[in-house]
Each structure stands twice: as structure tokens, then as C-alpha cells.
Design a protein around this ligand. Structure first.
Ligand SMILES: Nc1ncnc2c1ncn2[C@@H]1O[C@H](COP(=O)(O)OP(=O)(O)OP(=O)(O)O)[C@@H](O)[C@H]1O
Ligand SMILES: [Mg+2]
Length: 215
């Protein structure tokens, strides 16, 4: 049983994209997985609805939960599923804080082109606070939407910066995800990039991330 969180304070970094892909991949492996949408925007739920309506197998169970009771609800749900993948909204929301309190591993996507050191510092503090009552929590920054154009060095610059800064409570994920159209196309069809199948590099990146999460 594991609880994996994709969260962070910044909007539009890829939390829902990574959460939905990982949930679908776990389901494909035969795991009984719950995708837990704690963002009132409901993007993960919308993805699950498209998946359901299009009859894509395996099914991915998805629930929306908000507010105060979230931590207790996740603990209750934990007994009923093999894995829970949480998508927590792009603000310092109550949901993000509660989710950090119950997750085993948190992944915070960061886009090199909207690299924002202030929000990463904030996340470092939030994780420190959460570790006060969830000692097992491990948190990682994961670079997402790195330009596939090698002439654009933002990805490397972001990595160098993160290595220098050495956040106390955040590690850098080994996996990295590039900006690939397959992620948008797969999402529109309620699929993972593995199911979409047209982009081998996207498949390799997500396979590596799944391996890292469940190492
Ligand atoms: N690796 C990627 N390659 C291409 N497009 C991506 C990638 N990751 C995310 N996107 C696109 O970027 C946009 C924002 O992604 P997503 O909705 O996953 O972010 P989010 O962090 O969940 O946003 P919010 O804070 O609004 O919940 C979407 O259009 C998504 O398809
Ligand atoms: Mg989202």
C-alpha cells in the first residue's frame, strides 16, 4: 500500500498530468488504484470521466475529496486500495497540507521555464512541517516540461541551481519529463502516454518515474 502525492503551490506545472499517468499505469499493472482529486478544478476527475465514457480499460477509480476531513478519509480509503494517487491543487491549499500529512512520497513538478525559487522554498517549509507529524514522508522535486530542444538549456540550468541550493527537505527526482505533445493528446482521451503509445520517449520517461516511485 502506498500513497503518492503530486502537489505543489504553483499552478499548471503538471501535477494532474503526472498523477493521471501514474494512476493509469498502476491500473495497467493490475493494482487496485484510487485517483484522489483534491483540486476543486476537478481536472483529474474530468480525465477519469472521459476514460470511463470512452470505455478505456482498465478502469481507474476516481474520487473527489476536499476540506478538513481529507486526512482521515485518506486513511480510511487506504485500507481499500493497493495504492492511492493524490492530485493536490496549485495553491497552498488546505488539501495540499492534509495530503502531505498522509502521503508516503510527494512529487512536486517544476517547469524549468517558470522556475520559481520562492515557491520551492515554500514547499521545502511545508514539507518540513508535514514531516513533523508524518515522519515517513519523502518529497521530491521533479522537472517537467523540459524543452526537448537541446539548444534550450533551461533544464540543465534548473538542475544546476537545485543542486547548488540543497533544500533540506526536498530531494531532486532522478526522473525528468520533457515537454511532449503526447501528454496533451493522451490526457484529452482519458489515457496515459503508455496507452496513447505514439511517443516512445514519453513512455520511457513515465516508466522510469513509476520505477522511481515504487523503488
Ligand atoms: N510533460 C508535458 N508535456 C506536454 N504538456 C504537458 C506536460 N505536462 C503538462 N502538460 C500540459 O500542461 C498543462 C498543465 O498541466 P496540468 O494540468 O497537469 O498541470 P497542473 O499542475 O495539474 O495544473 P493546475 O495547477 O491548474 O492543477 C496541461 O495542458 C498539460 O497537458
Ligand atoms: Mg491540476
Amino acid at each position: 500500500m502506498s500513497i503518492v502525492l503530486f502537489g505543489g503551490e504553483k499552478g499548471g506545472t503538471g501535477k494532474t498530468t503526472l498523477a493521471t499517468n501514474i494512476a493509469a499505469m498502476l491500473a495497467q499493472k493490475g493494482r487496485d488504484v484510487l485517483l484522489l482529486d483534491t483540486d476543486r478544478q476537478g481536472s483529474a476527475s474530468a480525465w477519469a470521466t472521459v476514460r470511463e465514457e470512452d470505455g478505456i480499460e482498465p478502469r481507474v477509480a476516481c474520487l473527489q475529496k476536499f476540506g478538513k476531513g481529507l486526512a482521515g478519509q485518506v486513511r480510511d480509503l487506504a485500507g481499500r486500495y493497493d495504492d492511492i494517487v493524490i492530485d493536490a491543487g496549485g495553491r497552498d491549499s488546505m488539501e495540499l497540507r492534509y495530503a502531505l500529512g498522509v502521503a508516503d512520497r510527494a512529487f512536486i513538478p517544476v517547469q524549468p521555464f517558470q522556475f520559481d525559487i520562492w515557491t520551492i522554498r515554500q514547499m521545502d517549509s511545508l514539507v518540513e512541517m508535514a514531516q513533523g507529524y508524518n515522519a515517513d514522508l519523502e518529497a521530491f522535486v521533479i522537472l517537467n516540461r523540459i524543452s526537448p530542444n537541446p539548444a534550450i538549456r533551461e533544464g540543465q540550468e534548473a538542475l544546476d541551481f537545485l543542486a547548488q541550493e540543497q533544500f533540506e527537505h526536498l530531494a531532486l527526482a532522478e526522473s525528468m519529463v520533457h515537454d511532449r505533445i503526447a501528454f496533451r493528446k493522451a490526457a484529452r482521451g482519458g489515457m496515459s502516454v503508455i496507452e496513447w503509445g505514439d511517443d516512445l520517449k514519453a513512455v520511457q520517461e513515465m516508466t522510469a518515474l513509476l520505477g522511481e516511485i515504487f523503488r
